[in-house]
Design a protein around this ligand. Structure first.
Ligand code: FES
Length: 618
C-alpha cells in the first residue's frame, strides 16, 4: 500500500500502486470535477504535482492527455486525475477549477396548500388488561381486538417483522395503551407504547447533479426541515449517459453508485431530523422522484437498457419498497413510494412537476419545461398532454464548457454591459451562509446563457453563433495557446483561479446545440398537436428559476411569447414529491397522468434533424 495526500484538503488515502488518482480521491472523500465520468475526454479533472513528481511516483503522460492539459505553471506539473496512476507515495494538489464545491445546491421551493390525506396515520388504542383468570391473549391478539373495538376491523393483524421490531423496542415492558401507525389505513406499520401524535415523512428529489430532502410534519401540514446536497455520483460523470456507460463497462459499479446515492440521501435525512430534534425512526413515510436513470440507480435496478434505443425501463410503474431494502435510514418498515416514470427518458420528476399544476393551469396551449442535463418537455393542449425529453447536454449545468462550474458560491450567474459595446459587468453567487461575495471562479448554467446573450446583443457573436472577429470589442481575442477565438469576460487578476474567465467558440457551439435540441423538441410537440403559438410557459427546475426570460427568448430557446407569459415555478419536482407525501390523491393523480400522457421519442423522428438544424441559429 502507498499513501496519497490531497491538498489543500489535506486528506490522505491508502492506494494500491497503479490505481487512478481519481479513484483514490473518491475514497479519500475529495471531490474532483469529472464531466466525462473519468474517460479522459473533458479535461476537467486536472490536478497538479509540485514540480515534477519524483521519477516513478506516477505513471507517464499519455499521448491523448497532453491535448487536454493547460500550460504548466512554474514549479507545478498538470496531469489528468482520471489518466494518471499513482505508483509511490505522493501529494496531489487539486486546483480551484477542478474542485467540486461542497456548498448545498440552491433548491428554491414553493409551499402549496392542498387537502391532506397522508398514506400513514396514527391510532391510539387501549389494550385489554390481562389478569390471573385470563384470557391469556397474545400482544398481537390484544392489539387486533382493541382495533376492532375501535372500529378498525379492516386492519390486518400485525406481521411478524413488525411484531419483532415492536417487541425488541418494548423489551418485555407491559403497556396498556399503544399507538399504531397504519399504512393506508389497513396495515400496521409500527407499534409504540403510549400516546403518539407526531407523524413525519420525507420527500426526496433525486436529481442528476443535486439532491434535496424535505422533512414534513404530516399531521400539521408543515415542512419541518429542508436539506440539499450534491449527488455524489457526479464523480462517475456529470450526465446520466456517462454513469450508465460506467455500469455497462463495470457492472459492480451499480452497487457502488447506488450506495453513494443512498448514503447522500441518508446524510440529508439525518441533517433534517437532527435539526427537528426527532429520530430517524419517527419518519414513517417517504416519497422519491427522479429521472429514469436516477430512479433505477436508487432502486438498484440496472439502468443499462436506458442508455440506447429503444430506451426500455426495467420498471416504470409507481410502487413501494420498504426502506430497509434500500438501506434508507428512516423507520425500517416505512414504505418508500416511487412515482411512475413516463418512459425510459421522461421520469417521475416530470410527473411530479405536473401534479403541482391546477387543472386551470393547463388550459390553452401550455408548455412545461424542466431544463437540466436533459430538457424535459410537456405540452398541454386543452388538457391533452404530450411529453418528450431532449438531450441538451450538460452545458446548462455549467459543465463541459471551458470555464463552467455548477451554481455554487463563486459562480457567475449573470453578465451585462454597462453600455452597448461597453464594460462587462457580472454578478457572482454569494456564500449562502455568510452572504460574502467570493471572487469569481467560473460560470454556471444561467451565467452561460447570460454571457452568450450579452455577446449577441453587443454584436460580438453573430446570429449564426460565430464570433464577429471584426467587431473590435476588446474582450475578443485569439487564444495564443489554443488558436481558438474567445471572449475574455473577466481578466485573470480578478478571478479565484488566476486565469481569465472566458467564453470560447466551442462554448457557444455547446449552447447552440443545447438550445437547438430543446427548441426542436418544442417545435415537434407543437407541430404534432397543430399548435402555432403558446399561451404560457412554466419553467421548472433550479436552472429555470434563475434564467432571465428575456435572455432565453433572445437566444431563441423558446418560440416567441410575451416575457410575462413565462413563469418560473422553482424546484417543482421537489414540490410535487412533497404533495405526493401529503396526499394519496396526488399519488393517484400521478398514476392517472402517466397513463394519459403520450410520449414522443425524438431520436425516432425522421423530421428531428431538419428541425434541429433550423433551430441552431440564435
Ligand atoms: S478527462 Fe478526466 S474526468 Fe474527464
Amino acid at each position: 500500500m502507498i499513501h496519497v495526500t490531497f491538498q489543500p484538503s489535506n486528506k490522505t488515502a491508502e492506494a494500491n500502486p497503479g490505481e487512478r488518482v481519481i479513484d483514490v480521491a473518491v475514497r479519500a472523500g475529495v471531490k474532483i470535477a469529472s464531466d466525462c465520468g473519468g474517460r479522459g475526454k473533458c479535461g476537467r479533472c486536472r490536478v497538479q504535482f509540485e514540480a515534477a513528481p519524483a521519477a516513478g511516483a506516477v505513471s507517464d503522460v499519455l499521448p491523448g492527455e497532453m491535448a487536454l492539459l493547460p500550460e504548466n505553471r512554474e514549479g507545478y506539473v498538470y496531469r489528468l486525475a482520471c489518466l494518471t496512476r499513482v505508483l509511490e507515495d505522493c501529494t496531489v494538489i487539486v486546483p480551484p477549477e477542478s474542485r467540486v464545491s461542497d456548498a448545498a445546491p440552491r433548491k428554491p421551493f414553493t409551499r402549496y396548500k392542498i387537502p391532506i390525506r397522508p398514506a400513514v396515520t396514527r391510532r391510539t388504542v387501549t389494550l385489554q388488561s390481562v389478569n390471573r383468570e385470563g384470557p391469556f391473549l397474545s400482544f398481537a391478539a390484544r392489539i387486533r381486538n382493541a382495533l376492532r373495538e375501535g372500529d378498525a376491523d379492516h386492519v390486518a393483524a400485525p406481521s411478524f417483522p413488525i411484531l419483532a421490531e415492536a417487541s425488541a423496542y418494548l423489551s418485555g415492558k407491559p403497556c396498556t395503551e399503544i399507538t399504531v401507525a397504519l399504512f393506508k389505513d389497513k396495515e400496521i406499520l409500527q407499534i409504540r407504547p403510549g400516546v403518539r401524535e407526531d407523524l413525519f415523512g420525507v420527500a426526496l428529489d433525486l436529481g442528476t447533479t443535486s439532491l434535496a430532502a424535505f422533512l414534513c410534519d404530516l399531521k400539521r401540514d408543515r415542512i419541518v426541515g429542508v436539506a440539499s446536497g450534491l449527488n455524489p455520483q457526479v464523480s462517475y460523470g456529470e450526465d446520466v449517459i456517462s454513469r450508465i456507460a460506467q455500469i455497462q463497462k463495470d457492472p459492480p459499479k451499480l452497487e457502488i453508485m447506488q450506495k453513494a446515492l443512498v448514503d447522500a440521501a441518508n446524510g440529508l435525512i439525518r441533517h433534517t431530523v437532527e435539526e427537528a430534534g426527532i429520530s430517524n425512526d419517527d419518519v414513517l413515510d417517504v416519497v422519491a422522484v427522479a429521472n429514469p436513470t436516477m430512479q433505477h440507480l436508487f432502486l438498484g435496478l440496472n439502468p443499462v437498457s436506458l442508455g440506447e434505443a429503444p430506451y426500455l425501463t426495467v420498471c416504470s410503474e409507481a410502487g413501494e419498497v420498504e426502506a430497509r431494502h434500500l438501506n434508507l435510514q428512516v423507520f425500517p418498515y416505512a414504505r418508500v413510494h416511487i412515482l411512475p416514470l413516463l418512459s425510459g427518458f421522461v421520469g417521475s420528476d416530470t410527473v411530479s412537476v405536473l401534479i403541482t399544476r391546477k387543472p386551470e393551469d393547463l388550459r390553452g396551449n401550455v408548455l412545461m419545461v424542466d431544463v437540466g442535463t436533459n430538457g424535459e418537455l410537456v405540452l398541454a393542449r386543452d388538457g391533452i398532454l404530450t411529453a418528450t425529453s431532449c438531450a441538451t447536454g450538460p452545458v446548462f449545468e455549467g459543465a463541459q464548457i471551458k470555464c463552467g462550474m455548477r451554481a455554487a458560491p463563486g459562480a457567475i450567474e449573470k453578465f451585462w454591459m454597462d453600455a452597448p459595446g461597453g464594460t462587462i459587468q457580472y454578478r457572482v453567487i454569494a456564500d449562502q451562509e455568510t452572504q460574502n461575495l467570493p471572487k469569481p471562479q467560473g460560470i454556471c448554467g444561467s451565467g452561460v446563457i447570460s454571457a452568450v446573450t450579452m455577446l449577441l446583443r453587443a454584436g460580438i457573436v453573430r446570429r449564426d453563433g460565430a464570433f464577429d472577429l471584426d467587431c473590435g470589442h476588446p474582450s475578443l481575442r485569439i487564444n495564443a495557446a489554443t488558436g481558438v477565438a474567445e471572449a475574455v469576460l473577466i481578466p485573470a487578476t480578478l478571478t479565484q483561479t488566476d486565469r481569465n474567465i472566458a467564453i470560447t467558440q466551442n462554448d457557444i457551439r455547446a449552447v447552440q446545440l443545447g438550445k437547438a435540441a430543446l427548441r426542436a423538441g418544442i417545435e415537434i410537440l407543437m407541430k404534432d398537436r397543430g399548435i402555432e403559438h403558446l399561451d404560457r410557459i412554466f419553467l421548472a427546475g433550479t436552472f429555470g428559476n434563475y434564467l432571465d426570460p428575456r435572455e432565453v427568448l433572445d437566444i431563441g430557446m423558446f418560440p416567441p411569447i410575451g416575457v410575462d407569459r413565462i413563469e418560473p415555478i422553482g424546484n417543482a419536482a421537489g414540490d410535487g414529491s412533497r404533495l405526493a407525501l401529503f396526499s394519496l390523491d396526488k399519488r393517484q393523480e400521478a398514476v392517472d397522468l402517466a397513463e394519459r400522457i403520450q410520449v414522443v421519442e425524438l431520436s425516432m423522428r425522421p423530421d428531428f434533424q431538419e428541425v434541429f438544424v433550423d433551430s441552431m441559429q440564435f
